[in-house]
Design a protein around this ligand. Structure first.
Ligand SMILES: [Zn+2]
Ligand SMILES: [Zn+2]
Length: 181
């Protein structure tokens, strides 16, 4: 039985795990960025302006808060990428430069182009991608696969869904071969 509440809970946990990637300096930086934008728009800018702004106060309030939130979000995103890029085997320095230089375009590109999260081989610690069956460094089997056609199998399957091979006839059986992690 899969109830939607549980799925909602799982998404929530995944999101909080992602949020935990944001380092403390980024949270402090985001607060500072927010405070600085508020200071600039409320205090510095009006002092240098000869005519008072013609925008209604409510709209001005909304715009300035939005700019502050945007600046804070930007700092948080940079913090997130510094921790997210290494676990995907991507160059942190290159991506930070990309995200900072052309504005939001680099950030959008990062989330479009980022690689899947790397896992580590339980036998030798090498990086393995989510679609690997065997570790590229030590041939440890990290996911179940059929010994006849070598395509993916679930550890609960009895017959291969691709070629019909009897998985329990494998020695040792495919289902016992699998690393469940
Ligand atoms: Zn290995
Ligand atoms: Zn097969």
């Amino acid at each position: 039985m899969s109830n939607p509440n549980q799925r909602g809970f799982q998404t929530e946990t995944r999101l909080s795990e992602e949020l935990r990637l944001i380092p403390r300096w980024a949270i402090a930086g985001a607060l500072l960025a927010f405070a600085l934008t508020q200071y600039y728009f409320w205090i510095v800018l009006p002092a240098h302006r000869h005519h008072p702004s013609s925008l209604p106060v409510a709209l001005r309030f909304y715009l300035i808060l939005s700019w502050g939130a945007l600046a804070a979000l930007y700092v948080l995103m940079i913090g997130y990428i510094t921790n997210d890029a290494p676990r995907r085997g991507m160059s942190t320095r290159l991506w930070i430069i990309c995200v900072v230089l052309p504005g939001a375009v680099g950030a959008v590109l990062y989330f479009l182009l980022r690689q899947p999260i790397l896992a580590t081989c339980p036998a030798c610690g090498a990086h393995v991608e989510s679609d690997y069956h065997y570790c590229p460094q030590c041939a440890y089997q990290v996911a179940a696969c059929c010994t006849k056609c070598y395509r993916s199998a679930r550890i609960t399957d009895i017959y291969c869904v691709h070629c019909g091979h009897d998985l329990t006839a494998d020695h040792p059986p495919t289902r016992l071969h699998a690393f469940s992690g």
